[in-house]
Design a protein around this ligand. Structure first.
Ligand SMILES: C[S@@+](CC[C@H](N)C(=O)[O-])C[C@H]1O[C@@H](n2cnc3c(N)ncnc32)[C@H](O)[C@@H]1O
Length: 208
């Protein structure tokens, strides 16, 4: 099982995130990841790349980039033939229009500098083909981690303009942990929008 190495609570958080992500792709007409050229910005040690492979992405079509050399090396070692680079998302080493799908999962919140965020947003759209999709998943509040900066709805609109589509997802992780990730308890609470701490946003390149 994909997330069997996680606690029940973290498994719940990841599985509900993935359900929201896959359903968003489906709404955009993407029912298979197999042929897509995918770029993950801020791929870390490749946890999301692992999930993408599980959901059918072809690793030889997947690229990842992370500013942290050690994390990029670890992703490179674990997920070859995915092409992983150490580098800055605000200066992407890829040609214009070379990807169908760009993903930024909890990476904009790690870019605390506004100018870096803005350039990374511009770069993500530059490397997408016309009609390609950028999907951002990030937390809109996080009182406990001082080295990150939440990505709020207003930040997304500043970065991508009014065409960005935003939904709130993910029941607050501290609540999920208290409830031990039990579906019967978490699901009803997840219906309450203000208890959802993360945003799932999409920008279609043509809409810019
Ligand atoms: C919280 S981790 C998310 C990792 C991965 N996306 C995931 O979901 O498992 C955020 C990552 O963004 C990376 N990062 C921060 N600023 C970056 C930048 N300017 N360019 C590329 N990566 C960056 C960090 O090194 C870190 O690995």
């Amino acid at each position: 099982m994909l997330y069997s190495h996680l606690s029940d609570a973290d498994r719940y958080i990841h599985e509900t995130r993935d359900q929201a992500f896959l359903s968003l792709l489906e709404r955009h007409g993407i029912v298979s990841l197999a042929e897509l050229r995918v770029l993950e910005l801020g791929c870390g040690d490749g946890a999301l790349i692992r999930s993408l492979a599980h959901y059918g992405a072809g690793l030889s079509q997947v690229n990842g980039i992370d500013i942290d050399q050690a994390r990029a090396s670890s992703a490179h070692a674990a997920y070859s033939p995915a092409a992983i680079a150490a580098g800055d998302a605000s200066h992407l080493p890829y040609r214009d229009a070379s990807f169908d799908l760009a993903l930024a999962f909890t990476s904009f919140s790690s870019m605390t500098d506004e100018a870096v965020r803005t350039r990374a947003a511009t770069e993500a759209l530059r490397v997408l083909r016309p009609g390609g999709l950028l999907v951002v998943y990030d937390f809109r509040m996080n009182p406990t981690n001082p080295v990150t900066r939440p990505l709020r709805e207003a930040d997304l609109r500043d970065l991508f303009g009014r065409h960005v589509a935003i939904e709130r997802v993910t029941l607050a992780p501290p609540i999920v942990r208290v409830l031990g990730g039990r579906l019967v308890l978490c699901r009803p609470l997840e219906r309450i929008p203000w208890l959802r701490t993360h945003l799932l946003a999409t920008v279609t390149k043509e809409s810019q």
